[in-house]
Design a protein around this ligand. Structure first.
Ligand code: 13P
Ligand code: SF4
Length: 367
């Protein structure tokens, strides 16, 4: 059973909260926050909806939120407005008496679901048989705690889109080859930034349990897991051509979870934090077509009326799992804390958390 299937079974209905008006939701969330005071911190990923992110005490990308979580020593309840793997990371980085809550258990990540620990064990057997002990596993933080544990136990570490090049440098100093989990696109795009030719990057298909060489059969430096983000892969090369023919002086800025062909056509690519800073630092009148999650692009457009900002693909939906976190679920979580019956507690089993933390700490030390 995949992580998302598991989560769908576990979310309780919150029907009476869905009937509240917008004013009631805002008023009761603010009141619950005030009553919980210092006992509560709400963390929000940049891809969250506007009406939810306004209630976050800290907003950030995956790396920033992991760092903030690691520093929250006195907070009793941490409500994570993001997706399941982020709440797991927060639980791993905080102490046992701190309680991490995900407002909706359906807020999984389709990319994280593309690698389960059994499949990764099988992959390791296949690739170590072929390449011996020359491989270090590296996993994007967008993965389950069980995958992080596997990586930690095999001398590897986690990575985010903001520190990808630093982690690649570390990993390739340690071993000749990287097994990159679970996003082939971030892995490939980082490999290219690092100067690794495409024919030295192969793809491991977990369904077929075999290695593919889509770009020609060189001696692989990076073995890419065949996973992807269902949001970022919707930005295709044709969208870059279309937006440039409509606005000839537009700058195309994309996240490295987009496919290689799109990234190559873009003017710039970088993590969520990179995208925000690029827009913030651009002169008035700059025109942007941005290839990342819809909520963030819309927010940037609102916050920077002095610039012209459109989505690289106007037809895409927001990340549906991130959007599971809405005000009714946030309020339900907060009022359950106040009632002394906290729900949706994310608690990673100690035997999994121990090695997952090793993998995350190695990353935090380097980045
Ligand atoms: P970052 O926050 O690392 O940019 O990741 C993007 C993402 O897809 C989060 O799910
Ligand atoms: Fe997962 Fe992509 Fe959504 Fe991020 S944007 S949570 S990687 S599906």
């Amino acid at each position: 059973m995949s992580v998302t299937e598991n989560l769908i079974i576990q979310q309780e209905p919150i029907s009476e909260y869905s009937l509240l008006t917008s004013e009631e939701l805002d008023h009761r969330i603010a009141a619950a926050k005030q009553e919980l005071g210092k006992d509560l911190v709400i963390l929000g990923h940049h891809y969250q909806r506007d009406d939810v992110i306004v209630f976050s005490d800290h907003r950030g990308d995956s790396l920033q939120l992991a760092r903030i979580a690691a520093g929250l020593q006195d907070t009793k309840y941490i409500v994570f407005c993001g997706v399941h793997f982020m709440a797991e990371t927060t639980d791993i980085l905080t102490s046992d008496d701190q309680i991490v809550i995900l407002p909706d258990m359906k807020a999984g990540c389709s990319m994280a679901d593309m690698a389960d620990d059994q499949e990764v064990e099988e992959c390791w057997e296949v690739i170590t048989e072929q390449f011996g002990e020359s491989i270090i596993p590296v996993t994007y933080v967008n993965s389950t705690a069980a995958i992080k544990t596997f990586v930690g136990k095999h001398d590897g570490l986690t990575i985010t889109s903001s520190n990808a090049e630093k982690i690649f440098a570390y990993a390739l100093q340690a071993k000749k080859r990287i097994l990159f989990l679970p996003d082939q696109h971030l892995g490939r795009n980082t490999g290219v930034k690092f100067g690794i030719p495409l024919n030295e990057m192969c793809v491991y298909d977990p369904k077929e349990m075999k290695i593919e060489y889509p770009h020609g059969e060189g001696d692989p430096r990076v073995i890419l897991w065949k996973g992807h983000c269902s949001v970022h892969t919707k930005f295709e090369p044709r969208h870059v051509h279309e937006v440039r023919s409509k606005y000839p002086d537009i700058r195309v800025l994309v996240h490295p979870e987009c496919m290689y062909e799109t990234v190559q056509l873009a003017d710039e690519n970088g993590s969520t934090d990179y995208i925000i800073k690029a827009v913030r630092n651009a002169p008035p009148g700059t025109k942007w077509a941005i290839g990342t999650e819809h909520n963030l692009v819309n927010r940037l457009a609102q916050e920077h009326p002095e610039q012209f900002i459109v989505s690289l693909n106007e037809m895409i939906c927001p990340c549906l799992t991130m959007n599971r976190i809405d005000r009714p679920h946030l309020l339900w979580s907060l009022e359950n804390i106040l009632a002394g019956t906290p729900r949706n507690i994310i608690q990673v089993k100690p035997e999994i958390a121990e090695w997952a933390k090793v993998a995350i700490d190695r990353m935090l030390q380097i980045s």
